[in-house]
Design a protein around this ligand. Structure first.
Ligand code: AMP
Ligand code: MG
Length: 341
């Protein structure tokens, strides 16, 4: 199919383009669109056929559930069996924004959308283009990241074009994403747990829910038999084909480590870590600036295979704030392989 490319810079001037994208969504077609975290691949969350089309376009396993996006709190009650009191407090603080909450689903949400589960993940994004698109579509919008399954999430429209051109009805280009890693996912079904770290950090959530903790799958490799709290944890994510190994240490230790290696290698590190020349180098932000790391990580991971080396050593150190989300994504890109210096 021919994918329409719709550039939206100004909500008022480009309103007709958003109306076109919203109509496509309503009738069950797929549209990639910007959010503050990463680009989403949207489909009408109430239509089983649209959910199936999302899985097919991404090559995503159909038991990995989709996040349902809404534009206002009034849209929530029909989608869930109950709205717990904690949700109101979380929403008041963090919505619209990069937080996704898992709740018991209502019959409105087809099992195709929830990946066969009796729960549904809900988010209200803050990106003006996302909000306006959802509002104009008039339906809840199921939207996983707009990448082919297994490859890093898209943080600009060019990434979506690379992965999905010809496979979906339209791509809305609203510029690069400000956050750069996917939303924080937490569950309110049972004990509150963070299932995926993001820009809304555990510390921030604890100001509202003092007892919330990370699910064990967030920073540890779960055996295939382990019962995972979030199906996405099972799958190899964000992974280049090239072997990636995390190396924990300061700049000097990291340089010495690299000099002691034999054979071809590539490097993923912070700006200014290496004078350059000796190895192919990619950077992901500045050392003490985790927000810059989050913004650049996926673009860097998308370039890893292009280095043409058998192994890439990625420097990690001291994760603060959104740095925990960056580390969680890097662990998965590296298949949990990490060396401490
Ligand atoms: P993505 O759409 O690519 O950002 O991935 C969505 C993530 O949210 C996946 O890792 C899912 O496993 C997780 N998720 C979505 N719905 C649920 C749910 N009902 N229960 C637990 N995790 C969920
Ligand atoms: Mg994804």
């Amino acid at each position: 199919m021919e994918t329409q490319y719709l550039q939206v810079q100004d909500l008022e001037r480009d309103g007709p383009l958003l109306d076109r994208a919203a109509a496509l969504l309503r009738e069950g077609q797929l549209v990639a669109f910007p959010t503050e975290t990463v680009y989403g691949l949207g489909g009408n969350a109430l239509l089983p056929g649209a959910a199936k089309a999302i899985y097919a376009a991404k090559g995503r396993p159909s038991d990995n559930p989709l996040i349902v996006h809404i534009a206002s709190l009034q849209e929530l009650p029909p989608l869930v069996r109950e709205v717990p009191e904690a949700l109101h407090r979380l929403a008041a603080r963090f919505w619209p924004g990069p937080m996704t909450v898992v709740l018991p689903k209502s019959d409105w949400i087809p099992y195709e959308t929830s990946g066969g589960l009796d729960t549904v993940a809900i988010r209200m994004p803050s990106h003006p283009v996302a909000r306006e698109l959802i509002r104009r579509s008039g339906v809840p919008v199921a939207a996983p990241s707009a990448n082919l399954s297994g490859s890093p999430s898209p943080t600009c429209a060019a990434h979506c074009v690379h992965d999905l051109d010809g496979r979906i009805a339209a791509i809305v280009d609203g510029g690069p994403c400000q956050v750069g890693v996917e939303s924080t996912v937490l569950t309110l079904c049972g004990e509150p747990r963070v299932l995926r770290p993001g820009a809304v950090t555990l510390e921030m959530l604890r100001q509202v829910l003092p007892d919330i903790r990370y699910d064990p799958g967030v920073f540890h490799h779960l055996s295939d038999q382990a019962k995972v709290a979030s199906p996405g944890m099972k799958y190899k994510h964000y992974a280049p084909k090239t072997r990636v190994v995390l190396v924990r240490g300061d700049r000097e230790q990291f340089r010495r480590f690299l000099l002691g290696r034999q054979g071809a290698l590539g490097v993923l590190c912070f700006e200014g870590d290496l004078p350059g020349g000796r190895w192919p180098v990619l950077t992901y932000g500045r050392e003490h600036d985790p927000a810059s790391q989050a913004r650049q990580l996926f673009d860097a991971l998308r370039r890893v295979d292009g280095l043409g080396v058998p192994v890439v050593y990625a420097r990690v150190c001291g994760e603060e704030g959104i740095g925990q989300a960056v580390y969680n994504r890097l662990l998965r890109a590296a298949g949990f392989e990490e060396i401490a210096l």
